[in-house]
Design a protein around this ligand. Structure first.
Ligand SMILES: [Zn+2]
Length: 238
């Protein structure tokens, strides 16, 4: 079974960072409070606008609603932070962004927030393949979920409960239909304790929503296990 944190807590010897960064990665101000990578000022000023809810029809029947917090290419800061989150072993960027996204969501969608509080869905961060997790050191969706539950407390599915094999070909240069085919059967159940949650709605959480093939493949897989009510939340919409 995986543990969520690994590589992120090891000092970055190459860049000579021996301790956690104490300055905002965007403006350089000294960090205070819970922030670990980005200060509140940068989040509130540069990422204060929540992306409107996608139209019905963009997501399949059975998904109650889908929220993406920020538009990926509108905010330069988001692009930069996401890149670091994926390629620079910066686990805490995910935590900071996840918490900020949950707070924004709470303000921008009070009814949906109340619905979540009533329904108490299980947070299912999108699994990544073992190879990718080993090279990155963590699953960035789990860092986002960790930040999210600091603001909106919900249970998270334990990492490693659902396994994902590497997709057939790289997703970047193929069409939407090909992506869907590419994603068929990539998930499998790795731990039967997932069934303990079968009566709970689920909240799928991911970093970027591009065509939705990753989220929807996971949604179809969870549906095949017997889960029903589903919400989707991503940090950004590409
Ligand atoms: Zn800052």
């Amino acid at each position: 079974m995986f543990t969520t944190r690994k590589k992120a807590e090891v000092p970055d010897k190459k860049n000579n960072l021996w301790a956690f960064p104490v300055h905002c990665q965007n403006c350089g101000i000294r960090l205070l409070g819970a922030a670990k990578e980005i200060c509140r000022y940068c989040i509130l000023n540069e990422l204060a606008r929540i992306y409107p809810e996608p139209k019905k029809g963009m997501y399949p029947e059975g998904v109650e609603w889908q929220i993406a917090c920020w538009k990926y290419d509108e905010a330069h800061l988001i692009q930069r932070l996401m890149h670091r989150l994926k390629h620079k072993a910066a686990y805490d960027i995910g935590v900071d962004l996840g918490r900020a996204a949950a707070e924004l969501f709470q303000q921008a969608h009070p009814n949906k927030y109340r619905e979540l509080m009533l329904e108490q869905p299980l947070v299912v961060p999108v699994p990544i393949s073992k190879q990718r997790r080993n090279s990155r050191g963590y699953n960035q969706s789990y860092s986002i979920a960790e930040g999210w539950i600091a603001a909106i407390p919900l249970s998270i599915l334990r990492e490693g409960s659902i396994a994902r094999r590497a997709s057939r070909t790289n997703q970047v240069h193929i069409s939407k239909n090909e992506r869907r085919f590419n994603m068929e059967g990539v998930y499998r159940l790795a731990c039967p304790s997932v069934y303990d949650w079968i009566n709970r709605p689920i909240l799928i959480m991911d970093d970027v929503y591009t065509t939705g093939s990753t989220c929807f493949a996971l949604w179809r897989f969870l549906k095949s296990l017997g889960f029903k009510k589903t919400y989707l939340f991503t940090l950004a919409m590409a």
